[in-house]
Design a protein around this ligand. Sequence first.
Ligand SMILES: O=P(O)(O)OC[C@H]1O[C@](O)(CO)[C@@H](O)[C@@H]1O
Length: 560
Amino acid sequence: MNAQPPAAAATDISTTPEWDAVGDAVAELADTSLRELFAADGGRAGKFTIHACDLHVDFSKNLITESIATKLFALAKRADVAGKRDEMFAGRHINTTEDRAVLHTALRLPRGEELSVDGQDVAADVHAVLAQMRTFAERVRSGEWKGHTGRDIDTVVGIGIGGSDLGPVMVDKALRAYQTAGIRARYVSNVDPADLTAVLAEIDPASTLVVIASKTFTTQETLTNAHAMRRHFVAELGDESAVAKHFVAVSTAADKVAEFGIDTNHMFEFWDWVGGRYSVDSAIGLTCMLTAGPEAFDEFLAGFHAMDTHFATAPTRENLPIIMGLLGVWYSDFLGAQSTAVIPYSEDLSRFPAYLQQLTMESLGKSVRLDGADVAYPTGQVWWGEPGTNGQHAFFQLLHQGTQLVPVDFIGFANPAEDVQTSDGSGSMHDLLMSNFFAQSRVLAFGKTEDEILAEDVPADLAPHKVMPGNRPSTTVLAPRLTPGVLGQLIALYEHIVFVQAAIWGINAFDQWGVELGKKQAGQLLPYLTSDAAPTKGAAAFDGSTDALLAAYRSARGRS
Ligand SMILES: O=P(O)(O)OC[C@H]1O[C@](O)(CO)[C@@H](O)[C@@H]1O
């Protein structure tokens, strides 16, 4: 397969007639509302609902018409979303600033499929590592793998940060119902010592396996926590040789793993063509395979692959990632939305919004196009959310009556992992949860008018405060159950939404240069925090604010 970088894409999408046509289409919304659109077309819900894999997705409560959708599809065509998608799947070096292929989709290719990239069958490499993970997970889960003192492993600690943490943490929580081998997972990510010490207080090193996850194996937080954890284990277990039984690594950097003192036979590899925030389905997911088992992990990967196949093959008008990606572009570039809320009506999925924050914001927070020119339009949005119903009692007030446009993705499941009956005998707690799920998107879309409120004998001076404006957009994603497969589908859906938006905006969704300078400056500042002698003014001065903050910090720490 040809792995040459694609030719520089120099077109400014905002100068195209297709962009102008979408801009003109905003006027179509001026004299209508979701109430009216639904009243005028009894078939609207059906027209704007897609079934993709196990997901039933209703986007009829979005601020679109069929004519707006047609213009958005034309924009996707103009941006060559399908062509760019095919380049990604084929392994071309679309991450141009790092000259890398972007092949998280290869991580979930079924066994036996081939994909040759840069002269290497990457699918075979993926399955070799999966086999290594499976064998290891089975040894740990069956009790064949013992700790240094002969104890079975009952706790796995993942140490990593960003893409080497958020995915496993989210998946581990989501697949709680599948954890049947009596192995629990804990995670340490923050360089704040509170994170480490809280986990150390909970674990018994003799029955704990530590998985150090770092693509580069150079990340300050991860290496600092890993060294501290290692010291603790050696002190508790009394012997350096304990490390071999209690520490394994997931990384692309074998030399650095060996330098840390981990036998590379206990290292699970992945590759530079897997971005950190796209890596939960690589060996980075090892902690999840240890807790939920290899079969659940296989099902998880199959879910991703099903969504990949949908994205790669479904016609544009039925292609869920393309539709949802376009809706994001519509809201952010044409209707002025600056954030998107994702609200899972599932406590098990409570870390999904945090996971999506890295996926979307590290990918799409860019101000220059692939050719280095400034973008002339907003890119990316702030993604945020909390599970329902909790969010209803916190920030939903702003969603319902505030002045900002915040499109919402509601995610819910028809069947719970387990249910509990309500004490009045009226039904199940899950049904109660889901009645809220359906109510919220309905209220956002249709609201309640002043007339309707006055008709309920509300005093006239109170009525304006009770008006629910409605016409607030949302998409509803309903799946049968939160299975490993459905979880894989959901993650792949958002990965591809990000891809579609980056393709339209002409930006690189796979680098993250913006995180580097802060890391570098922290390294430069550290000596000025820790040295006993006060930093010399002049050459050592950073800026007025930072110098004063450092002085206040040193004083509070009792340093001169
Ligand atoms: O897996 P690593 O190399 O430790 O990196 C962790 C995270 O740090 C980042 O590079 C950002 O600082 C993320 O992109 C990445 O997921």
